[in-house]
Design a binder for this molecule. Sequence first.
Ligand code: ATP
Ligand code: MG
Length: 137
Amino acid sequence: MERTLSIIKPDAVKKGVIGPILARFEEEGLRICAMKKIQMSKRVAEGFYAVHAERPFFGELTEFMSSGPCVVIALEGEGAILANRRIMGATNPAEAADGTLRKLYADSIGENAVHGSDAPETAATEIAYFFAGTELL
Ligand code: ATP
Ligand code: MG
């Protein structure tokens, strides 16, 4: 069993597609261990995406991620990290495969509906960024 962090980003929350995204995770066999709706401050978003601090899009990314509420979710399943990334599709929705969450719900590479951890170490760090161990059920 593996865990991964998903975020339903502010653009997808504004569109009212929390429900279909959660349904998709469950349909694909990913179990929700923990979930909450939050609005990140700019500082919290900067901490979360610290690995991208030197990228030219860092300011835009952290402004966007703190621009409205999002839903943070710890998902669990066999191969959950790759499964979630397959369900999300490519970072740029223009390149995302049909049926993926980004193809269905994202408008641009900057506002791309969902986040998913990319490796076991980052998944553990990202889950711990938002959830205490006792909240993972
Ligand atoms: P995420 O980490 O959000 O799941 P990802 O792993 O597919 O996405 P990363 O390379 O980690 O992609 O980039 C993190 C986020 O930064 C992207 O989801 C996107 O919102 C934003 N981003 C990446 N590249 C660009 C870009 N060229 N212009 C604007 N925003 C970008
Ligand atoms: Mg990433």
